[in-house]
Design a protein around this ligand. Structure first.
Ligand code: ADP
Length: 305
């Protein structure tokens, strides 16, 4: 079956900045594929290449089997794109924005209303309000409706949940699940590592390179070493002591805990003893399952070496 997206050895630089370096991957039809990485990792550059708005310096990319350079006109009809920065016309109303996007693609709101109905219903009470006066969550819903109104076969969502409140973020991911069930292939990028597990497969991106591509479960299973969460009354002193301890391989802050890995042959019990001897109070040390952020940090530090 034809892939939704096929990328082979794509690279792109801006002057000295290598925004993408030899990226290759595929997205299956009907898949919800996540590109996960921090600001500046290259996510938007990749999305702009795939939506034909930017030319790659090297490599090839296909969307729906069509070449992003040769067949750009046809691709533009078939994809929906929600750019990272707010893309709507601030001075047009909700309804006018949607009508505009439908007209550009030579369709009507009525024709594909079933695709956006769930989402549009929530903003319909405000349909005469100017887009510029909507809340972040509502803007995001309208932008998604505008990206969907011409019934795209592949949907590109660049950081759709950045700056959106947690409740709207959760609702948004539920909407994506429903769209997927309608057969739309979705590429979504996010800097929020906790959203990775909501995707079928993910690529972890750092400084223009993919660290790994797999299902979130496989990535977490492949962590490879025991991971511990540790806390003490004085977290700052604890971090100093962990960093000074040569038996501690890595330590990263996660909320109110530090996540650490230990050298082989050095036990958590030994560490606890040593920290107690140093006078740490309220020590909590427990084994935890690595999350995607742990995996990202580990892969990033290996890459660095
Ligand atoms: P992300 O979407 O993950 O934040 P981008 O693709 O926007 O990443 O950026 C990747 C890198 O390329 C960053 O270092 C960024 O500063 C740089 N960059 C992006 N766009 C431009 C541009 N138009 N000119 C110069 N540098 C750019």
């Amino acid at each position: 079956m034809m892939k939704a997206v096929q990328v082979e050895h794509i690279s792109k630089s801006y002057g000295k900045v290598m925004a993408l370096q030899d990226i290759s991957f595929e997205v299956n039809r009907g898949e919800l594929f996540g590109i996960i990485g921090p600001d500046g990792a290259g996510k938007s550059t990749l999305f702009r290449i795939l939506t034909t708005l930017l030319l790659p310096a090297g490599g090839t990319a296909k969307v729906d089997g069509l070449d992003t350079v040769k067949d750009f006109k046809e691709i533009r009809k078939r994809v929906g794109y929600m750019p990272g920065k707010f893309s709507l016309y601030q001075d047009l109303s909700v309804e006018e924005n949607l009508t505009f996007f439908a007209t550009v693609f030579q369709t009507t709101i009525q024709e594909n209303y079933h695709l956006i109905e769930d989402i549009y219903k929530q903003i319909e009470p405000f349909k005469t309000r100017k887009a510029g006066a909507l809340s972040g969550g509502m803007k995001q819903k309208l932008a998604l409706c505008c990206a969907l109104i011409h019934k795209p076969s592949v949907l590109f969502l660049d950081e759709p949940t950045t700056g959106v409140d947690p409740v709207s973020r959760k609702e948004f991911w539920e909407m994506l699940k429903r769209l997927k069930q309608q057969g739309i292939s979705i590429l979504v990028s996010t800097p929020y590592m906790d959203e990775a597990t909501l995707c079928d497969r993910i690529a972890l991106i750092r400084q223009g390179k993919f660290l790994n591509i797999d299902t979130p479960e496989h990535i977490m299973d492949a962590f490879g070493t025991d991971l511990w969460a540790i806390r003490a009354q004085n977290m700052y002193a604890l971090l100093q002591d962990l960093r000074a301890n040569e038996q501690v391989l890595s330590s990263f802050g996660f909320g109110d805990m530090h996540h650490i890995t230990l050298k082989e042959g050095y036990s958590a019990a030994q560490l606890r003893c040593e920290l107690e001897e140093k006078g740490h109070k309220g020590l909590l040390l427990e084994s935890v399952r690595p999350n995607i952020e742990d995996c990202y940090m580990k892969l990033a530090s290996q890459e660095h070496e």
